[in-house]
Design a protein. Sequence first.
Length: 189
Amino acid sequence: MQTYARFLGVVFGVMMIALSALITLETLLRKLFSFTLGGVDELGGYAIAIAAPLAFTVALVERSHIRINQLANLLRPPVQAVLNALSAFSMLLLAGYFLYFTLDTVIETEAYNSIAQTPWATPLIYPQLLWLAAMLTFPAGALILAAKAASLLLRRDWRGLLAGFGPVSAQAELEAELDDLKKREEFSR
């Protein structure tokens, strides 16, 4: 799953860097030459729509989504483990809902042959199919993690549920950041 998240993170990063470069170019062309590429805002919207589910998936796999741990830390480990499994199942439901909404939107777009209300008049089915493809990454990751959580829950593997699905401790986050910093320093040499 880490490789999956890393790949999606790289795709997300490349898209955002390309979008930033395009916006910078557009801004410079407007300010310096009174010229516009036109449609950069439209492309930005598409990029964000496609990148968002990739970011959801990375946050899910990396366990970097927001949790409120104060109450959970007061509970006994088996109860915490069950709550972690419930969290994995809840994320699967959320991902399923997002996929349903996206699919419904794409079907409606196809039925009405919708086009963007922009100078390009882009047939919306094309960017929405890319959005749907990106959206598939979130429920796919959530399904794999929920299945793993269900397996651990059925075996009553509390330790596995705590380790694999519990919130990342501050110490673990610090160690990961220091390790990442070390890798970046080695890479820049």
